[in-house]
Write a protein that binds this ligand. Structure first.
Ligand SMILES: C[S@@+](CC[C@H](N)C(=O)[O-])C[C@H]1O[C@@H](n2cnc3c(N)ncnc32)[C@H](O)[C@@H]1O
Length: 267
């Protein structure tokens, strides 16, 4: 093999836009992953300065079950408080029959506020998140029924493929652009058993209310605003479901929550 010219080697060293070597590509990916993780860590630090962090820091031993959700419909589950000590309702769109004594996957679990409550009634709850800081908190406050992984470790879930009854999320798809949602629903399809459900919360703003930063679903991610919203039309949600092997079984357009909640059934 001929040696690359001096200019070629210089170009490679400085990466002037040519193809990256596999090892360089791996390093770039690791760096991008670290930046993403740190950005969400900062978001959580910022959030804890604005909001009371107490519910997130409550250890699971201090939680008391306040409701039996087994027979509740998705909208009822959304509005139900599962534990006495957490003042806010569950805020997930999922029938209770897919949660009680089931295997649950939460994407974007943050510090595990939802997982640690569901861990009281489920067989197993697995949460993934971009923020390592949030995951440290989640591990410290959750029961043994919960496991957590960083989003760069999804390969660790290989042995659990096809075993989950549902994937839940809260305040989550509202922050995902179309391409991310495609990737996440493909991951969900691998992890769920046939007939398993995804409960997703897409952003549909009420323009009569004051809004933060948001973009149309098919925009690129924003470096400046990691917590920005992405707005989905009903057609885009249907397109997503069809492209990833799901069927929409139930929908709830909630103007009060500024969400289109959908239940997607794995085909
Ligand atoms: C608004 S917070 C919601 C946290 C949590 N669901 C709750 O209700 O407390 C969004 C979370 O999703 C995480 N996140 C965003 N995009 C993600 C992705 N593609 N994969 C995994 N986690 C992600 C962020 O790190 C952040 O913790």
């Amino acid at each position: 093999m001929s040696k690359p010219s001096l200019l070629g080697r210089l170009g490679q060293a400085l990466w002037l836009g040519g193809p990256l070597s596999p090892s360089r590509k791996k390093k770039e990916q690791a760096l991008a992953q670290r930046r993403l993780s740190e950005r969400w860590d900062r978001e959580w630090i910022h959030y804890f300065q604005l909001e009371d962090p107490t519910p997130y820091l409550l250890p699971h031993e201090r939680l008391t079950l306040a409701a039996n959700i087994t027979r509740l419909a998705p909208r009822e589950v959304h509005g139900t408080r599962l534990t006495l000590e957490v003042a806010k309702p569950l805020h997930i769109f999922m029938p209770g029959s897919h949660l009680a004594s089931k295997r649950i996957f939460e994407v974007g679990c943050g510090p595990g506020l939802l997982c640690k409550q569901l861990g009281l009634i489920a067989i197993h709850v697995v949460g993934i998140d971009h923020s390592k800081l949030a995951l440290h908190i989640a591990r410290a406050v959750s029961p043994a029924t919960c496991s957590y992984y960083h989003s760069s470790q999804v390969r660790k879930l290989r042995s659990l493929e096809g075993t989950f009854d549902c994937m839940v999320c809260r305040f989550f798809f509202i922050h995902q652009n179309y391409d991310n949602s495609l990737r996440l629903l493909r991951l969900a399809r691998r992890l769920l058993r046939p007939g398993g459900l995804v409960g997703a919360d897409f952003f549909q703003p009420d323009l009569t209310k004051e809004q933060g930063v948001y973009f149309p679903a098919k925009s690129a991610l924003s470096q400046k605003h990691p917590s920005c919203g992405f707005v989905y039309s009903n057609g885009e949600v249907e397109e997503l479901a069809a492209a990833t092997g799901f069927r929409i079984t139930t929908r709830w357009e909630s103007r009060a929550n500024q969400r289109l909640f959908v239940l997607l059934e794995r085909q």
